[in-house]
Design a binder for this molecule. Structure first.
Ligand code: HEM
Length: 400
């Protein structure tokens, strides 16, 4: 009998408690799901081996992919075809060598140097959002007013998506990633977002601008459908992740005032703190780390056979005492850059330099400009978002 899975995350500061027990048991443990068993990868070294592995596929259309294991019946040929169609340009779902064609085109847009050029614009947006919060009085809801607003505005500017459409794509993304209203609502949101981007890409193709989408169009290397898939991935990945990290990070720093004081006195420690926040929260967990073995192989001493599904428990790997001393302690001076919060291997987060810059500028400026920031409800009353692939807070009321 395998582990019960999935398990719920209920605390803003910790992964599900079951992860520790599973991690102690073995680097890979078996879980039974209605559609068959899957492997759960619990330890840091094994996680890296799977994420960088060559005999491993991420494509949901590959037989044995674990996304289908949550229901008793296997996918129909139509469902497999639909998954394949959705993967066009959505390169997080593609395997090498096809994946590399997209990744190579996009790497220049997200290098350290490129992100350095974006920093003054990010700083300006952060300042404007804080100006707005301050102008409205002595309290705000930090998730909507700051956490979500910043990455949405940044990705709009970067991609060339109209800022005025922000509420539309934020809402569709939320519906798509939530399981609360069932698969039909989620599918409808995907289709609405794809239709919207289909029109946007067609319009941009008539008159390409000097933004990321314009440059991709001008490269002449992607079909219309591929451009829609790429834009979809960048828009969703570019806002919903960072949006959850900013409020959660602010909360954690408020709960560790001595460490916040260290950062105030030594702003050069912010980049290190950001990586610790990413490790500590690990907001992207097993849902994103869905894989299937495409050949028999040994992973950290465990034989995994072709066609067996795998979920990497990223939040468990980032709390593995074999990789991090006292992993449950939050320590901004730890030096946690070897975490897997951005994944590892060919799919390692393309936007990680941008995400780090947004988090650093947002948090540093927030605590500089609003030194008296406080959360107005006890931690237990903060509504948690645990019904989707990205963990976070639904709201965080603050005052100053
Ligand atoms: C704190 C914020 C973020 C976190 C925690 C995060 C996390 C991740 C993780 C874990 C993966 C790997 C998934 C896998 O292995 O299957 C990933 C991939 C990706 N991320 Fe991020 N991400 C963040 C921000 C961003 C931003 C700002 C962008 C900008 C557009 C972005 C774009 C992408 C893309 C395009 C991929 C797919 C890469 C590929 O398959 O080659 N992410 N991200």
């Amino acid at each position: 009998m395998g582990e019960t899975f999935p398990v719920q995350r209920t605390c803003p500061f910790a992964p599900p408690p079951e992860y520790e027990r599973m991690r102690e048991q073995a680097p890979l443990v078996r879980a039974s799901l209605p559609g068959g068993d899957v492997w759960l990868v619990t330890r840091h070294a094994a996680a890296k081996q799977v994420l960088a592995g060559t005999g491993i596929s991420t494509n949901p259309a590959t037989p044995g992919h674990p996304n289908w294991a949550f229901r008793p019946e296997p996918p129909t040929p139509e469902e497999r075809a639909a998954a394949q169609e959705f993967a066009v340009g959505h390169f997080i779902d593609l395997d090498p060598p096809e994946h590399g064609r997209f990744r190579r085109l996009l790497i220049p847009e997200f290098t350290v140097r490129r992100v350095k050029e974006l920093r003054p614009g990010i700083q300006r947006t952060v300042d404007e959002l804080i100006d707005d919060m301050l102008a409205k009085g002595g309290e705000a809801e930090l998730v909507e007013a700051f956490g979500l607003a910043l990455p949405s505005l940044v990705i709009c500017q970067l991609l060339g998506v109209p800022v005025d459409d922000r509420e539309f794509f934020q809402a569709r993304t939320r519906e798509m990633l939530s399981s609360a209203d069932g698969p039909t609502a989620s599918h409808a949101a995907i289709m609405a977002l794809r239709d919207y981007l289909d029109t946007l890409v067609a319009k941009a193709a008539r008159q390409p601008k000097d933004d990321l989408l314009g440059r991709l169009i001008e490269s002449g290397q992607l079909t219309h459908a591929e451009l829609v898939g790429v834009t979809f991935l960048l828009l969703v990945a570019g806002h919903e992740t960072t949006a959850n990290m900013i409020p959660l990070s602010a909360l954690t720093l408020l709960r560790h005032p001595a460490q916040l004081a260290t950062l105030r006195e030594n702003p050069d420690k912010w980049p290190m703190a950001v990586d610790e926040l990413l490790r500590y929260h690990s907001i992207v967990d097993w849902v994103a780390f869905d894989r299937v073995a495409v050949e028999d192989q040994e992973i950290d001493g465990q034989l995994v056979r072709k066609g067996e599904g795998i979920f990497v428990l990223g939040a468990s790997a980032n709390r593995d005492e074999r990789a991090f001393e006292q992993p449950d302690e939050f320590d901004v001076e730890r030096g946690a850059r070897h975490h897997v919060a951005f994944g590892y291997g060919v799919h390692q987060c393309l936007g990680q330099n941008l995400a780090r810059a947004e988090m650093e500028i947002a948090l540093r400026t927030l605590f500089e400009r609003i030194p008296g920031l406080r959360v107005t409800v006890p931690d237990e009353e903060l509504p948690i978002k645990s019904d989707g692939p990205i963990f976070g807070l639904k709201a965080m009321p603050v005052a100053w």
